[in-house]
Design a protein around this ligand. Structure first.
Ligand SMILES: [Mn+2]
Length: 317
């Protein structure tokens, strides 16, 4: 059932035992939103748990409270399970199975499949963090400096530090509000941009894998990382290299998982890549989306390129 933000606030006020989760392969928005909501509800004396069926990538471990995020273990009961920044059930399976509770989804993905008991979706918001900030104001909860750091990171990372098309004047007003409450953008940016040497070494291989297709309109790169690294590091930033090439309408990042799975990320300037991702059971936004293709790298590449060239033609690009 679709509900208003006021109704979301009422549900949170009424619940005493609340589990907060977000999508697997967590990013700054999902983690920052989780931690901000956690801190505000826990400060009210509620029993709150942060569950995620994934590791927190190393780059986000500076977020205040990140160490409180646990993997689900066994079954549990709660009054409410809040699912943040997740657009479909596939991305939260383990936690939803482990927790018996009413489910509430707060999200900003246009591709949201409305998979919970209750949902609040604002596809105009650049980040779920923007919605959480509005919610905390509505609930008249204190926004501490730690909460501000989490929400600023959530918002900034989902709009390329205010450079992407989804960064609206409202996005910047939210960010300004958070700076007033103690978020320091230059400190957060430095945390996010400082990389381990291994990540730069990986970049060498990524650039080596660059391929140009469709007469220069599609650029692809491939990231090979073993499972352990995969869990600890975020590789999404690599897609900006093909994305920034002159004339490229569609950037694709392939991440081979095994012989039967290849994760794929898309970025574009004008093309609706959410449509492309949806065709492979994925989702996302118009200019940034992703999916997993049930095939090894070569097969996935072939299928994606075929679908992408068709979409380019249909879109007149
Ligand atoms: Mn998001």
């Amino acid at each position: 059932m679709e509900i208003s933000l006021r109704h979301v606030a009422n549900m949170l006020n009424e619940a005493e035992r609340i589990v907060i989760t977000a999508h697997i392969h967590p990013d700054g928005d999902s983690l920052g939103s989780m931690l901000a909501l956690y801190a505000s509800l826990a400060a009210q004396g509620k029993k709150v748990w942060l569950l995620l069926d994934d590791e927190v990538p190393a780059v986000y471990r500076f977020l205040p409270g990140a160490e409180l995020i646990r993997r689900p273990e066994g079954k549990m009961e709660a009054d409410l399970l809040v699912v943040l920044d997740a657009s479909d059930a596939d991305r939260v399976t383990a936690v939803v199975e482990a927790v018996r509770a009413k489910t509430l989804n707060i999200d900003h993905h246009i591709s949201n499949t409305k998979f919970t008991d209750y949902w609040y979706i604002d596809s105009q918001a650049a980040a779920t963090g923007e919605i959480i900030l509005d919610l905390l104001h509505l609930m008249k909860l204190e926004i501490t400096a730690d909460i501000a750091v989490n929400l600023f990171t959530a918002i900034a990372t989902d709009c390329g530090f205010f450079r992407y098309a989804n960064a609206s004047s409202a996005t910047l007003r939210h960010a300004a509000d958070l700076i007033d409450r103690g978020a320091r953008p230059h400190v957060i940016a430095e945390q996010l941009e400082t990389k381990p040497l291994a990540s730069i070494m990986t970049l060498r291989g990524v650039l080596d894998s660059l391929e140009i297709h469709a007469g220069g309109r599609i650029a692809t790169v491939t990231v090979y990382v073993d499972a352990a690294e995969n869990a600890a590091e975020t590789t999404e930033g690599y897609i900006n290299y093909p994305r920034n090439i002159e004339g490229v309408e569609l950037a694709v990042l392939f991440k081979p998982v095994d012989d039967n799975a290849t994760r794929v990320s898309f970025r574009s300037r004008r093309l609706d890549v959410a449509r492309l991702a949806l065709g492979f059971g994925g989702g996302g936004h118009a200019r940034a989306a992703g999916c997993t293709v049930a095939s090894g790298l070569a097969g996935a590449k072939e299928q994606i390129l075929r679908a992408a060239e068709r979409l380019l033609a249909e879109s007149g690009l």
